[in-house]
Design a protein around this ligand. Structure first.
Ligand code: ADP
Ligand code: MN
Ligand code: MN
Ligand code: MN
Ligand code: MN
Length: 339
């Protein structure tokens, strides 16, 4: 039996990595993680190697059905290794594995809200040629052709994520025309991050067939238009069981150099988005609060009511690396909760 495996990996583009993929025809063997072969690629074309020693290794880490090709075909997310099988410097997943193993007993889980913007050539989808649409106000969770742009693509993407078996938990239209969100989780750190990368790949691939591009640019339109974020919802077992742990986590994120350590790894261009306007807190001032969409970290009102649950880190940009944001939150909060 022959089937197609789309090997997907994260490249070394600075300051924001890009997704790459290529197809391997497999004629024998199974399609589980253990059965899939490692593969290689030209790292000099992806900012992951010099031309004179260009080979890099693709090691499968997550596999799912390919909803685009269908049948027995699969998507294979890979991590990038050097030829001596050590993690390549662009491989941020390896560091998450290490941190997660240290704190797995605390059972950290995440739900990530991925915002993004469709573009039709140079314009956000729904922006008139040479001008601007009506100001923000009616687009968020809107309905109707005057407010909604790209729903056919969004529905196709959602369907593809579900067919792939990803843990996608919802979608909504966002504050700016052509801007949307999907949520992945709640899932364990490696699962949420692997699946978010695959969901991003499916977003680009689905939109491609509509001749539309999608971008994770955190501030796709300058001026009085919302940016695009990746609110990261987080809890541990202790946080899901009691309010003290919720407060411990919020306080830990504010200690010493932590606010800056986090923010500078929350996606390129974060100071353009975290201005203090458009439902953001300024990037250089840490705060947390109940129900507060102007705080760095929000405790949802229901969580305060129930005296348990999760927190929402509102700072990460849409272009954040999910391996990095989950690693930092686990590292900072679980270390504090262990005491
Ligand atoms: P918002 O009101 O901020 O737009 P969303 O509904 O878009 O919220 O996203 C909330 C996210 O929080 C979802 O992805 C959901 O899976 C996640 N979530 C819910 N409970 C928990 C929890 N206990 N720990 C971590 N994430 C959670
Ligand atoms: Mn070639
Ligand atoms: Mn949301
Ligand atoms: Mn949102
Ligand atoms: Mn949110």
């Amino acid at each position: 039996m022959t089937f197609k495996a789309e090997y997907i990996w994260i490249d070394g583009t600075e300051p924001t990595a890009k997704l790459r993929s290529k197809t391997k025809i497999l004629t024998s063997g199974g399609a589980t993680l253990d059965e899939l072969p490692i593969w290689g690629f030209d790292g000099s074309s992806t900012n992951q190697a010099e031309g004179h020693a260009s080979d890099r290794v693709l090691k499968p880490v997550f596999v799912c059905p390919d909803p685009i090709r269908g049948g027995d075909d699969i998507l294979v997310l890979c991590e990038v290794l050097n030829t001596d099988m050590t993690p390549h410097s662009s491989n941020t997943r390896a560091a998450l594995v290490e941190t997660y193993e240290k704190y797995a007993a605390q059972e950290p889980i995440f739900g990530i809200e991925q915002e993004y913007t469709f573009f039709d050539g140079e314009r956000p989808l729904g922006f008139p040629v040479g001008g601007f649409p009506a100001p923000q106000g009616g687009y968020y969770c809107g309905v109707g052709a005057d407010e909604i742009f790209g729903r056919d693509i969004v529905e196709a993407h959602l369907e593809n994520c579900l067919k792939a078996g990803l843990g996608i938990s919802g979608i909504n239209a966002e504050v700016m025309p052509g801007q949307w969100e999907f949520q992945v989780g709640p899932l364990a750190p490696l699962e949420v991050a692997d699946q978010l990368w695959v969901a991003r790949w499916l977003l680009y691939r689905t939109a491609e067939d509509f001749k539309v591009s999608a971008t994770l640019d955190p501030k796709p339109v300058k001026g009085d238009w919302n940016g695009a974020g990746a609110h990261t919802n987080f809890s541990t077992k202790a946080m899901r069981e009691g309010y003290d742990a919720i407060i411990t986590a919020c306080e830990a994120l504010g200690e010493g150099s932590k606010p800056l350590d986090h923010v500078k790894n929350y996606g390129a261009g974060i100071d353009d988005r975290l201005t203090g306007l458009h439902e953001t807190a300024p990037w250089d001032k840490y705060s947390y609060g109940v129900s507060d969409r102007g705080a760095s970290v929000r405790i949802p009102w229901q969580v305060e009511q129930d005296r348990k649950g999760y927190i929402e880190d509102r700072r990460p940009n849409a272009n954040v690396d999910p391996y990095t944001v989950t690693r930092l939150l686990v590292d900072t909060c679980c270390e504090a909760l262990e005491k």
